[in-house]
Design a protein. Structure first.
Ligand code: CUA
Length: 286
């Protein structure tokens, strides 16, 4: 298509230059008609029909069911983050958020949903983008062929913080991936550090558990991202901040200004030592 469009572009520019500089006399009616019919009607019709049938011929491949050994991952676009659920073969789903790990050389099928507005799921380095449409499930199949860290984004304007919903995608060796998924499936690993324990107390006392789940604790909310292993993730706030202590404090105190219109309220009213303890607790959830 690129080569074809360059040839057509050169032809068009050539004709324009020819018409502008070479011919001083008006074209004969006959040849003008011929040019319009051939170049303006027949040529584009044949060319576009060819491209259309080529595009349609690829469709059955894209709509066919995923190979049986595919990994299935359910992703929901939220306001403005990503709910991620690994649909394991043994029937026990693994919930996480805002980060996706994939085993290299394994076909993956993403099942894409949205509860309210249209988002578009896109990992430019790995595959095409597919809209997440409320009321239906769309699918994206891909197979990562090289190890590395990539970035996924939302590619459909979905509201104020549309540009602030990114997610890292890590393609790992199969063994590393299996280890990672096993760990993600486990309940939270509690830290024995006093400050983390104080943070946990504050987390539960401040009502964070009404929106967030930390498996293995009374926190079982499903409004916001699952935080069971939030400390192990590359980023905080869906690709917004690094996963560092200071970033947790910053996020907790100013979530509403860092990500306008986010559902998460800011907890700037908490005294700084308590914010610090909360940050230590969250970062300890590896
Ligand atoms: Cu979600 Cu744009």
């Amino acid at each position: 298509m690129s080569i074809g469009s360059v040839i057509i572009w050169l032809g068009t520019v050539g004709l324009t230059l020819y018409a502008s500089f070479r011919t001083r006399e008006p074209a004969r009616e006959k040849s003008a008609q011929w040019l319009i019919v051939a170049g303006g009607i027949v040529f584009p019709t044949v060319l576009l029909a060819g491209l259309l049938s080529y595009g349609l011929s690829m469709l059955p491949d894209m709509l066919a069911p995923a190979p049986p050994d595919s990994m299935r991952i359910l992703v929901r676009g939220e306001q403005w983050w990503w709910r991620v659920r690994y649909l394991a073969a043994d029937g026990h789903p693994v919930d996480l958020a805002n980060e996706i790990c994939l085993p290299v050389g394994t076909p993956v099928e993403f099942q894409l949903e949205s509860p309210d507005v249209i988002h578009s799921f896109w990992i430019p380095a790995l595959g095409g983008k597919v809209d997440m449409i409320p009321g239906r499930q769309t699918r994206l199949r891909l197979e990562p062929t090289r190890i590395g860290e990539f970035r996924g984004v939302c590619a459909e304007y979905c509201g104020t913080s549309h540009a602030l919903m990114g997610f890292p995608v890590l393609v790992l060796e199969k063994e590393d991936f299996a280890r990672w998924l096993k760990r993600q499936a486990e309940p939270a690993h509690e830290s024995t550090e006093p400050l983390a324990a104080r943070g946990k107390h504050s987390f539960l006392a401040s009502g964070c558990g009404a929106c967030h789940t930390v498996r293995g604790t009374p926190a079982d909310g499903v409004v916001g991202p699952d935080l069971t292993h939030v400390g192990s993730r590359r980023t905080l706030g869906a690709g917004l901040l690094a996963n560092e202590l200071d970033d947790y404090v910053h996020w907790l105190a100013h979530a509403d200004t860092l990500k306008p219109d986010v559902h998460m309220p800011a907890f700037g009213m908490l005294p700084p030592p308590e914010l610090r303890a909360l940050a230590v607790y969250l970062e300890s959830l590896q």
